[in-house]
Design a protein around this ligand. Sequence first.
Ligand SMILES: [Zn+2]
Length: 381
Amino acid sequence: MMLDGVPRTRAELVQLTGLARSTVGARVDALLSAGLLAPFGEAASTGGRPPARLAFNPGAGVVVGADVGATHALVALTDLSGGVLSERKLAIDVADGPGPVLDAVAAAARALMDAEGRDRSELAGVGIGLPGPVEHSTGRPILPPIMPGWDTYDVPGHLQGQLGGPVLVDNDVNLMALGEHATIYPAVEHLLYIKVATGIGAGIVSGGRLHRGAQGAAGDLGHVAAPNGGDAPCSCGNRGCLEAVASGPAVLRTLAASGIAAPDLLALVDLAKQGDLEVAATVREAGREIGRVLATCVSLLNPSVIVVGGVMSTAAEHLLAGIREIVYGRSLPLATGGLQIVASRTGGHAGVIGAATMVTQYVLSADQVEGRLAVGSATAV
Ligand SMILES: [Zn+2]
């Protein structure tokens, strides 16, 4: 309850929880000695009386959040509320395999902790997002297409050995959904985050929680059949996937066929921002194709916010315009009445914030906190 950051008195906690005064008192004392609660507005207290109001103390520990992409990784050190303290960008090649990539992530995490003057004992946990399917319960990637050597690799074991644990692993887009939700839309219960970049994927927040599905594969929209996908070949070996016709590389291929050469996605986004009509029209058409798939998702999930992230979402609103045109036109009024379709506001940080949020939600869950308090008091006795 105190995780909302609102300072409260012991009397208010008794009233809010309906628990006995003595129970609340014992719990508050244990949380104070663990550092998870701290006096709030201490300066205002006078006469040596203990401050009456207490608040969650995000500084009680630190978390490492890492977002690993195909060619670089972002590693951040955050507090227990997911607030980024410092970060480091690394050039990596995910195809080098798990050993060198995870070693580089761990080295960056240690350097960040040293630079912030944080002891290893203050590390509450490590969260990492990977650009492929991850079995969330084991933290192991499962047949990730662009990650040779990573299939079923023990990512948590590797990082735990170098940094300490717990270590939690998830697909990068799931964590972007979690990061955007926690930072910008904490009160929204149903949110869909779609990343459009080299690949296409989605993360689903349902009932305020990340919905991973049975194996952790929920939201893998890149490889559903696009309505106008035809027989376009896809990197997964199938044909006509959404990713094969509406991802950044697909847009680049379409433009190249009409004689417009852009070396990469950033150059493509620049052309769109400069108002190149052919580029704008092609990006908008990709948005429409994504919209046709999203309209089905809207009917299935009834989100109130769709966040569009990934580098293609920065193409001067053209991608969003195409998505909005189809989703608002195809879905029933009850589903679209309160539906916002917006660009990501956490930008490149959504993944690391989400990775850290995954860890804080775990270590600050009632069960975990109870466990830590129990261990603490046993040691004290
Ligand atoms: Zn595919």
